[in-house]
Each structure stands twice: as C-alpha cells, then as structure tokens.
Design a protein around this ligand. Structure first.
Ligand SMILES: NC(=O)c1ccc[n+]([C@@H]2O[C@H](COP(=O)([O-])OP(=O)(O)OC[C@H]3O[C@@H](n4cnc5c(N)ncnc54)[C@H](OP(=O)(O)O)[C@@H]3O)[C@@H](O)[C@H]2O)c1
Length: 208
C-alpha cells in the first residue's frame, strides 16, 4: 500500500502526523491563517486529467462563492461541472446555488437529511418534516430528496438499508405550499450546518 508521503500527504518532519498544505489551499482560507495559498495549480492539474482523457468532467466540493471565483477565470475551456456542498432545508445555500446556476455549475447536495448534527438533531426526526411527509403520502427521505430535485440540485442521500436506498429514489413533484414550508425551515447564519471542521483547521472554512 502507498505510504502517506507517496500519496502526496505532507507530514510533520519525523512523524506520521499530517500537516495542512496551505500552499495548495484556496487563497481566502490560507489568508485567514496568515499563509499564502491558491487552488489554481491543483485545478489546472485536474483539468489535465480531462485533456488526457483520464476523466470526462471535474468538479469541486465545499467551495464557497469566493473559492469558485478563484478558479472560474481558469475554467473556460474545461468547466467546473459541479460543486458538492451540504444542502438541506436547515441550510438551503440559496446564494451559493444561485451563483452556481448563473455559472452553469451543478450543485450536488451532501447530507440532504442533515444526518450528522453533533447534538443528534436530524431532519429525519423533525416533527414538522415528518408531518409534511405524511401529508404528501411519502416518507421523510422521499420528501427531502424531492425538495432538492425540485430546486434543480442533486441530492446524495445515503443509506445502508436496501429498502431506503430504493425508496429514496422515488422523488416526485411537490406543491408550492410544501416547497414553501420546507424553504421556511432555514436556520439563519449557517447554523443549520452539520459538517464543519473550521475549529480543527483554526479558520472559517465556510466564508462566502
Ligand atoms: N463532500 C463532503 O465534504 C461530504 C461531507 C459529508 C458527507 N458527504 C457524502 O454525502 C452523502 C450523505 O451524507 P450523510 O451520510 O452525512 O447524510 P444523510 O444522507 O443526510 O443521512 C444519512 C442518514 O440518513 C439515514 N436515512 C437515509 N434514508 C433514510 C430514510 N428514508 N428514512 C430514514 N432514515 C434514512 C441513514 O440511515 P440508514 O443507513 O440506517 O438508512 C443515515 O443514518 C455520503 O455519501 C457522504 O459520503 C460528503
């Protein structure tokens, strides 16, 4: 098996402890930490994979508007196909999605059920969501996946249960009232986010 160094992971000298590769980190995140960095060289390396026929399309994950802006000037020939970010009714990411749509970047939504909040809260158990699902004759997974598809995004609901893997695909059109009820569940100022390693990195990873 390849060692961490062979995989390109930077290690603290004499240890197996990984260190943050600020040089290849998006500039706005590196700047917050008093470092210099840019994602552009990595993006250009990814583009070569398309030119060389190794892959058909490339995308990014957890990119804010500022981070998309950093690579957009380098994306004319080989575009940013998608941005995979956390999205669900508690964290609808309206501004980021509308910016992405304007630049033909597809948003794929991870944790679409808000499945990982540290305090154990999840949309799957939210009484208001459960009631809406019942009113629509669906289960909560189908309701939340349908909300995402109706917003022209791609939900990545995960399940280890065969029956749910199948049922989560059964999306259908929701009424304007149901969409509005889900849209109204946003927890302001990004507090609906369930995945955030900002404190571990010592920088705000989710600036716009
Ligand atoms: N790019 C990134 O930085 C990033 C970060 C986080 C996650 N992701 C990816 O996004 C995907 C999903 O994220 P996630 O696992 O955090 O959250 P999620 O899909 O929102 O939630 C998963 C949880 O929902 C449960 N579940 C699924 N369907 C259900 C249903 N119909 N009814 C009741 N419970 C249901 C699952 O339980 P069961 O398994 O028991 O059904 C599991 O506990 C994963 O593939 C993950 O790798 C990407």
């Amino acid at each position: 098996m390849a060692s961490k160094t062979e995989k390109g992971i930077l290690l603290r000298p004499g240890t197996e402890d990984p260190v943050i590769d600020w040089e290849h980190t998006c500039s706005n995140i590196a700047t917050q930490a008093g470092q210099q960095g840019s994602f552009v060289p990595t993006w250009k390396a990814m583009q070569r994979l398309v030119s060389n026929g190794k892959t058909r399309a490339i995308g990014v994950s957890n990119f804010s508007i500022a981070e998309l802006k950093e690579i957009l000037p380098h994306s004319e020939d080989i575009p940013i196909s998608c941005n995979q970010v956390e999205v669900h009714p508690w964290l609808p990411q309206n501004e980021l999605i509308s910016f992405s749509n304007a630049h033909a970047i597809l948003t794929t939504c991870y944790s679409p059920f808000a499945g990982q909040k540290a305090d154990g809260a999840t949309l799957l158990k939210d009484p208001a969501v459960k009631k809406l699902a019942e009113q629509n004759g669906m289960d909560v997974g189908q309701l939340l996946q349908s909300w995402a598809v109706q917003r022209c995004t791609v939900p990545l609901g995960k399940s280890q249960t065969e029956a749910r893997i199948k049922s989560n695909f059964a999306v259908r059109s929701l009424s304007a009232e149901t969409m509005a009820a889900l849209d109204a569940m946003e927890i302001p100022n990004g507090r609906g986010r369930t995945n955030d390693y900002s404190s571990a990195w010592g920088v705000d990873l989710f600036t716009n």
